[in-house]
Design a protein around this ligand. Sequence first.
Ligand code: CA
Length: 298
Amino acid sequence: MNRTNETGRSMVEMLGVLAVMGVLSVGGVTMYTSAMNKHRANELLNEASKRATSIAAQISMMGKDPDTMSVSEFGNPSGYVFTVAKKNPNQFTIGLKTEDNGIIDSEICTQMKAAVGTATPIRKISDDCAELTFNNDLSKNSSSDQENSLTETPSADCTGKEDGTLCDTPFDTLYWGYCYNEICLAWQPSCKWTEWFNVDTPPEGSFNDSNGDFETIENIRAAGGEVCDHPQEIECEALKYPGLTVKQVGQNAVCDPESGLICINSEQPGLFKHCYDYHVRFLCCEYKDGRVRRSPIS
Ligand code: CA
């Protein structure tokens, strides 16, 4: 009797174990499928991003227009076909479909849309995931509010120049680009002013000497301030004369984006040769490929 009871209990226990195992394996399969879809979605997004980078590079380096690129240049990645189309001067799209012209698996599409928020070069993905939109410039994070953009700039200095020649644009010192078909394809940089820095103060009671106000990039950095390597512009402002330049307040000082502000007491006019206390800020710009113009066109 005891044995029967034990067996009966064991049977119930066994059934319970089997039921639990069943639930676990169903859950396991679901999790596995979900992980596979996620993996596939990431693979497709990565592949599309890689291709987009290559397209952007070809546009910029070889002056190649996506309109003229054939689909075969992009091959067939593992069961999917990518196509490329120019959307506007600043954007192009990569089309995505399966090799048998079928629609993209909805689960994979869901995962792609979830992942695209973190896939920075992609600007937009269509509802059915058949179209991914990219900027021509992929060097910037699309979620950033500061973006570089490609503009076609008619420029006299590209006349007769070979494709790929560096061109300067006449209308704004902050643009540069490549000549292509005698048109300057220029990247508008993203620029922003730093905060105002005031890391030095002219010592009180010192006149006509080598003291002064030294808001140099070196000093600002030493004080923990962050300034880019080659600022485009600088603003130097005396604290007690906001909105006026060094010249407008009648002082003599170096106010240069490459070095910062250097004001020396002895170089000031008047009886009491003494520098005002200045603060400075810099305009920092980022260009495609991280390239910077060291000096503005004069
Ligand atoms: Ca100062």
